[in-house]
Design a protein around this ligand. Structure first.
Ligand SMILES: Cc1cc2nc3c(=O)[nH]c(=O)nc-3n(C[C@H](O)[C@H](O)[C@H](O)COP(=O)(O)OP(=O)(O)OC[C@H]3O[C@@H](n4cnc5c(N)ncnc54)[C@H](O)[C@@H]3O)c2cc1C
Length: 403
């Protein structure tokens, strides 16, 4: 009955009371300050500095970071709820403030105490932004294809390479950077030989290159990062050397719940707009919600959103409980929720008729944002590979490295 899980009680969502208290605070900020700026951000492609500062004051950059490093504490469920609420209005704002997690997670999990004190604390306080620089022209889904190199010279590592699509690089003070430190021993072990480094963006040789003009997430477009003979001290290596692939994959296993939550927020925002419009708009003398063609769409939209939300909160709960099944659940949640967001956003446009494709209405942007969620932090094809790999592992004990 519960195949491929062990126990029916694994299907449980746990939301501590403080998560709901926090959610209400976030909602208030979103309604009063973020939502009114949504169209301005969409048009200018810039999130006003004071809005970012307000998010920092409210502690958003510290969510998911332990209090001992000046974070707000909380785990995956708190982070997911924050991301969902922000993304309901401006998904790029959620990305701008929470992409730090792709830096803080690997440093907290694999870093030394000294690295954590030096780099996590300012990020948690919002004094410094951080980003994750891994993707390259020849290495996106295929992380093992990374060609950036790091060579040991004396007591330093020297990094050379080019990273693309790096979210938050233009604001970041710190980066985690992946590079090849050893050739792979054989074709079957291509993943071996990568190492992850902490790099400061004001060090000589680090250049933040051009911005990518992507179709959605206006306000948080990624940048190119060029690394030209960047000298990195030994104490900035995330150990173990040559095992960086595992650090990267574990970071994405953790981070993709945030993308699932972002997709739930996008879908919710699009749904609410469509629902309101269906009550306001009259055709043939009736509110359009009176037509089955519209109301059945709304029913399907809300059903799929709730299913996506349940999957996302379930994956977050498993992660907070430290259960291995979290990886399985997170890949399913990311795939499902982002595709729900795409469908719901599309239906929201159709319910709006002509004004749905008018940029001024602010509805079509949900579809452009949703499509990006199906791609970043591992495309949904890669999520499906993870899902099937987890299934084979659980059902048959077969461990195939397919990512
Ligand atoms: C807005 C945005 C922000 C981003 N931010 C960051 C960031 O902060 N840091 C960072 O490092 N990267 C970032 N990325 C990069 C992102 O993670 C990659 O774009 C993504 O992982 C896909 O890699 P790719 O673009 O090289 O596509 P490819 O890997 O070239 O994939 C092309 C197509 O082939 C499919 N495919 C590839 N391999 C397989 C396979 N084995 N099985 C089935 N299908 C496969 C893919 O699903 C896709 O459809 C960002 C990307 C975007 C668009």
């Amino acid at each position: 009955m519960v195949f491929p899980f062990n126990d029916i009680r694994d299907f449980k969502i746990e939301i501590p009371d403080e998560v709901e208290i926090f959610r209400k605070q976030v909602r208030q900020f979103v309604e009063n300050e973020l939502e009114p700026k949504a169209m301005e951000i969409e048009k200018t492609g810039v999130i006003p500095e004071e809005l970012l500062q307000k998010g920092i004051e409210l502690g958003f950059t510290g969510v998911g970071i332990p209090e001992e490093y000046d974070g707000q504490g909380g785990g995956a469920i708190l982070t997911a709820v924050l991301m969902e609420e922000l993304s309901r209005a401006v998904p790029a704002y959620g990305t701008a403030l929470l992409v730090n997690g792709l830096f803080t997670y690997p440093v907290l999990k694999f870093g030394t105490e000294e690295q954590k004190r030096k780099y996590i604390t300012p990020v948690a306080r919002g004094e410094a932004f951080a980003a994750h620089a891994s993707t390259e022209p020849g290495a996106g889904s295929d992380v093992a294809g990374i060609q950036t190199t790091a060579e040991k010279k004396g007591d330093k590592w020297v990094i050379n390479g080019r990273k693309i699509f790096i979210t938050g690089a233009d604001k970041a003070k710190y980066l985690v950077v992946s590079a090849r430190t050893s050739p792979p021993p054989d074709k079957r072990k291509r993943w071996w030989g990568l190492t992850v480094f902490i790099v400061e963006t004001d060090w000589p040789g680090v250049k933040i290159g051009s911005k990518f003009d992507v179709m959605g997430l206006a306000g948080e477009h990624p940048n190119e990062v060029i690394l030209d003979n960047v000298e990195v001290p030994e104490e900035n290596v995330l150990q173990p050397i040559n095992e960086g692939f595992k650090i990267l994959v574990e970071t994405y296993d953790h981070g993709r719940i945030g993308v699932a939550a972002q997709a739930v927020g996008i879908a919710q925002g699009a749904f609410e707009k469509a629902f309101n419009y269906s009550l306001q708009r009259f055709a043939f003398g009736r509110q359009i919600i009176a037509f089955e063609g519209v109301s059945f769409k709304l029913a399907d939209m809300i059903t799929s959103i709730e299913a996506a939300r349940l999957l996302t909160y379930w994956a977050a709960t498993l992660l907070d409980q430290g259960k291995e099944e979290a990886i399985f659940a997170a890949s399913m949640a990311k795939t499902f929720a982002t595709e729900v967001a795409e469908r719901v956003a599309n239906m929201a446009i159709k319910i709006h008729g002509g004004v749905g494709v008018d940029k001024e209405t602010g509805v079509e942007r949900y579809l452009r944002d949703a499509i990006i969620t199906t791609i970043y932090e591992g495309t949904n094809d890669i999520q499906r590979l993870t899902t099937i790999r987890q299934l084979l592992k659980r059902a048959l004990g077969i461990d195939v490295l397919m990512r």
